[in-house]
Every structure is written in C-alpha cells, then in structure tokens.
Ligand binder design. Structure first.
Ligand code: P6P
Length: 331
C-alpha cells in the first residue's frame, strides 16, 4: 500500500511545481491532522470539549477545539519554510510568515477552515479540516498582501480535506484526480485507500437543510419537490448531517448533491467562498462533478473579501444542471 509520501513521489510528473515543496506542504498537513485526530478522539475526556466562550470573526460560537485546530495547523505550516501566508476561518486577518534564509523559492498561500462542523463535536458527529493552497500571486520577493489570497479558485494548486470520522481520511487533489488516504493510528501513517475517487454517474442523494424550506427561493423549492415527487421511478433520498465535509465525502462516494442556498435571511448563503467552497468545488470538478452558486462556476468567481459567503451547490453534473434549470425557470 502506498503511503501519502510515496504516492506523491510516484505521481510527481503530474505536479507542475517542485515535489519537495509539495512534500513539505503535506508534511505540515499530516502532522497537524494527526494531532487534531488524537485530540478529537478523546475530546470527551479532555478540557477541549465545549465552547471557548468567544465568538469568531463570523459571529459564531467558537468551540475550544476550533481554536486548538487553528493553532495546530498554523504552527505546523510555520515550520516548513514553504508557506508565506495563511488565512483561517478563526482569524479575522491574514497571517504573514516571514521568509527564513533556508526557504524554498516556491512560496505558498494556504487558506483553511481548521475545524468545519465543529458544533457537532460534543455529539460525536464527523467533522473536518478543509484546506486550499495557491502559489503566491506576485513575485516571491514582494511582501504577502491580501491580493495573494483573493485569487480565483481555478488557480488552486492543491485542495483537500481531512475527515475525522469512523476513520480519519485525508482527501486531496493537485489537479490529477481525487485521492483518499486513511490514517493507520498505530503507525501514524496515511495509506492510499481511495485512489481516483469520482462521483457515480447517477446520484440519488440530496443534502439540504429542510428546516430553511420556507426561506428558500422558488427554484430551490421546486427542486426539492422534484426530488420528493411520489413516483415509482423516483429514487431520491435526503441525507443531511450538517457537517459539510461529511455530507460532501458521502455524496462524492455514493452520488449526491449538496446545496447551501441563499435564503431571505442570508442572501449570500452561509458557506465561505475561500476556505470552504473553493476547495470543495476544486475536488468536485476533479471527481467529475460540477460546483456553482446556482448561476456561475464557483472556481471562476473573483473573491473580493477574505470571509465572503456565497450560495453553494456541488455534486454530479446531471443533478447540478437540473437544479440550475429550476433556478433559471422559477427565480
Ligand atoms: P446549517 C458548519 O457550521 C457548516 O459551515 C457546514 O459544515 C455545514 O454544512 C453547515 O454549516 C450547516 O449549516 O445552517 O444547516 O446548520
């Protein structure tokens, strides 16, 4: 079985930048992921359960483990001399990492949701870390600025997530398919377990928070009605965990659409473009699917703010096309 490092080296011709820099990036990600995995697996026995008592930049109640994961990933990225700037859901502003002397020329920008779905921690529902990586936009010599973070999603060089569930799986793509690696905790090693993951041609799962039904636009309501139509050929089923990484991981493997649309109360939806939608959209397309805001491709959208929200739809092409058609017809 390939380890993650062996797989990267084996497939180095499919990565347009230096393999050493990619290995360094993953060395940070793996180290932090193992530390977060360890903490999550015993959270009921440690002081890390529950709320930190603080609100994050999003005005959401920050869980203690949110901050632990944020700190762990930031520290891990700081010590590999390949990341020059980080944006995190848990930090209002960008975090600039000053270049050290033995730094590789390649300098990367990382955007991260350290622990997505963290409100599920104390009820033992799977949660995840989502990461998105770009090359520093402007010349390496220039100081990192916010513009290095506001790049279109199509320019990501690496995107992925770690899902902390019945097993801990690191899923990523560098633009050559989507691959999953399962952590063997006894060795502390990630082994290739899901090579070339792709959406099944026909999906039958739809994931949306039906509690917001009355606040949805007509196009979304029509799609839900279509999925619920009383018809012997209607094979759709609703699955919604309320943890993006878990809902997406299941839908990518079993075949389903994930929808977090705008509502009357949240005209831009809830999910953040830079460190939730862009990386998941990148993986979606690499797995043969489609990701949009209902009108345009997520990866083509030019970000304007670090924490901007956007309506988000991702899944098998035929299901996303179907929903976009309802939106066009009934909006
Ligand atoms: P709601 C978690 O807070 C999150 O950002 C995603 O992981 C999840 O899919 C969504 O919000 C759930 O939001 O409004 O349905 O509870």
């Amino acid at each position: 079985m390939y380890t993650l490092g062996e797989f990267i080296i084996e497939n180095r011709d499919n990565f347009p930048y230096s393999t050493e820099s990619l290995l360094r990036l993953f060395s940070s990600i793996k180290l932090a992921a193992k530390s977060v995995h360890k903490e999550i697996n015993k959270v009921g026995l440690t002081k890390n359960i529950g709320s930190s008592g603080k609100m994050n930049i999003q005005g959401e109640n920050q869980q203690k483990l949110d901050f632990f994961a944020h700190k762990t990933f930031i520290e891990s990225f700081k010590h590999r001399n390949v990341v020059c700037g980080i944006a995190s859901e848990e930090s209002k502003d960008i975090i600039i990492i000053n270049k050290k002397k033995n730094t590789l020329n390649d300098q990367y920008i990382v955007l991260i949701d350290p622990l997505d779905g963290s409100s599920n921690i104390d009820v033992n529902v799977p949660i995840g870390t989502i990461f998105s990586v770009f090359k520093k936009n402007y010349s390496c010599e220039k100081k990192v600025t916010i513009n290095d973070f506001l790049q279109k999603g199509i320019k990501q060089i690496l995107a992925g997530y770690i899902i902390y569930g019945s097993s801990t799986i690191l899923v990523y793509s560098v633009g050559n398919g989507v691959h999953g690696f399962t952590l063997d905790p006894s060795f502390g090693t990630f082994y290739l377990s899901h090579p070339y993951i792709s959406f099944p041609k026909k999906g039958n799962i739809y994931s949306i928070n039906n509690g917001n039904y009355e606040k949805f636009s007509n196009g979304i309501k029509k799609f839900i009605e279509f999925c619920q139509k009383k018809d012997k050929n209607n094979l759709y089923t609703s699955r919604y965990i309320g943890s993006l990484v878990s809902d997406f991981h299941r839908n990518m493997i079993h075949g389903g659409i994930y929808i977090y649309p705008k509502t009357e109360l949240s005209p831009n939806g809830k999910l953040r473009l830079l460190y939730e939608c862009n990386p998941i959209a990148f993986l979606t397309e690499q797995a043969g699917g489609k990701a949009s805001n209902g009108y345009e491709r997520i990866l083509d959208i030019k970000p304007c703010k670090l924490h901007q929200r956007i309506p988000f739809i991702c899944g098998p092409k035929n299901m996303v096309f179907k929903l976009e058609k309802f939106i066009k017809e009934y909006e």
